[in-house]
Design a protein around this ligand. Sequence first.
Ligand SMILES: [Zn+2]
Ligand SMILES: [Zn+2]
Ligand SMILES: [Zn+2]
Length: 355
Amino acid sequence: MANKVHTGIIIDPSQLSSREPSKHLDELKRYIDSKSCYYSGPLNHAQITKIEKKAAYQCRMKILFENRELSWTKKATKKRINHSIQPIFDIWLDYQFQLPISAEKKSEQKRSLSEHDYTSNCEVCQGEGNLTCTNHRCVNGSEKCLSCSQGLKSDGTRCSLCKDGLIICKTCSGKGRLQCTKCEGYGVFLHSATLRVWWETRVSMWYYQDSFLPEDKIAHVNKASMWSKSETPWTKESAIEDFVRTINEDNSSVPLKSNIVRDYKDKHLNETMKLSNQMRRLECDIERLDFEEIEYVLEAKYTNKKDFSRGNRFRFCQYSDAQGRHIIYENDYPLNSCGCMGGCCACYNCSCAIL
Ligand SMILES: [Zn+2]
Ligand SMILES: [Zn+2]
Ligand SMILES: [Zn+2]
């Protein structure tokens, strides 16, 4: 473990005169004055006690996941294939696909596995393509005429309805057999496999810091690109500890590597371990925001209601936007409500404007 460099400045309040101009307090006062209900009066007697250099990190992780699905179609066919047993193969190991360069959107490919085609006999007609006529009086396509006896009627005349006492069977049109409707007379089914492969990217955004800046503040301000890495192929068995090895966290009090390892395992690996999909590529970008965390004290009558343990000590963060303007974030200033009506009315309130 590298020694952490402590970059904060501790200021002894007794060394500072309350009348000494402070750039940080001036900026805080300007900020408080810009808020409609805040009251900046107490800042006239404020003193800065600590200025610390801090950093917040935004880590964007993208994982390309691959899914595979095999589907079989069955179609009546004339041709018989030599092998007529369903083949055994591994849809993950036996086929390789070119990965999409970027899979921000879903993408997919389909491959017909014709080398695994096989045929099977129709289970209704046992591969014959036809069945015995269903008319139980039909013998080889003819049935006996019921109006005569061997072509002669009772009055001795020839029967006009039949030929020598036999009528052609209407059910099978004289063929004696019926076409199998299951296989349309082919007797055989061809089974063909299609392998569908599709990719999707899981994107996650994690924020790490040792201060109290809200994530949306970190997200929407310009940050410096700090580290970026992409690895293909990547699998669920790949070691995330090796992947993050080159992250330089020497000058940071935030344990970036172990945070990323923990979040990767919790939010991606463990969630998807039991799924039949595969990880194919891992990408990770880290951006850094440098800022100052400033602590100040107000007169003893003001208490930090956000955190009582801090007594009359308060904090704010200051960082720069893309134009170099200073931005202030604070969440514990005590007179943030109804200050427009003067100090006596102002009090701390998280959300309401008028008590
Ligand atoms: Zn059949
Ligand atoms: Zn007849
Ligand atoms: Zn028949």
